[in-house]
Design a protein around this ligand. Sequence first.
Ligand code: APR
Length: 169
Amino acid sequence: MAQLEVIRGDITRLTVDAIVNAANTSLLGGGGVDGAIHRAAGKELLRACQALGGCETGSARATPGFNLPAKWVFHAVGPVWNGGSRHEDELLAGCYRRSMELAREHQAKSIAFPAISTGVYRFPRQRAAEIAVRTVREHLPASGLDQVIFCCFDEETAGIYDAILTARP
Ligand code: APR
């Protein structure tokens, strides 16, 4: 049975088959985890992203990991939080669902997610974490994954995920 785990750290350092990026629709990089992933992967990642021609909000596109320890990067585009009445929940769930499908398509056995949309895009952390865990659990059997890591960059976010996972391991 695949295991879900929470770690606190920098997703660019994880030796997993795939890491998920919190990107924007242009896929041309940015700040936050997007900036960290592009810096660590190197310039070839930007060229691969340019060739993709963008990604819609609520979905994700795959590139190789280049200089990253991860084989693949799944660039997910989360919603900007606008109070919750513009389908933000469904769009965020779509990022996790599409990443789980990409894991299947790429025969990934391990994947790490950042807390998509909870930084610059201001999605409430607790609400985002509940959507993340629920959506990952829902799509886990079909994904073929053995390991899912929620890679949190700060203690508060790690605590939120820990509480959710220990409530129902
Ligand atoms: N490893 C893991 N998590 C990280 C890292 C890292 N190296 N750096 C930042 N994070 C965390 C943030 O602390 C936050 O919890 O990733 C989460 C997502 O925050 P952002 O990176 O700001 O992403 P998001 O809120 O989805 O906003 C996306 O920001 O960087 C731009 O191009 C990006 O326009 C897009 C927008």
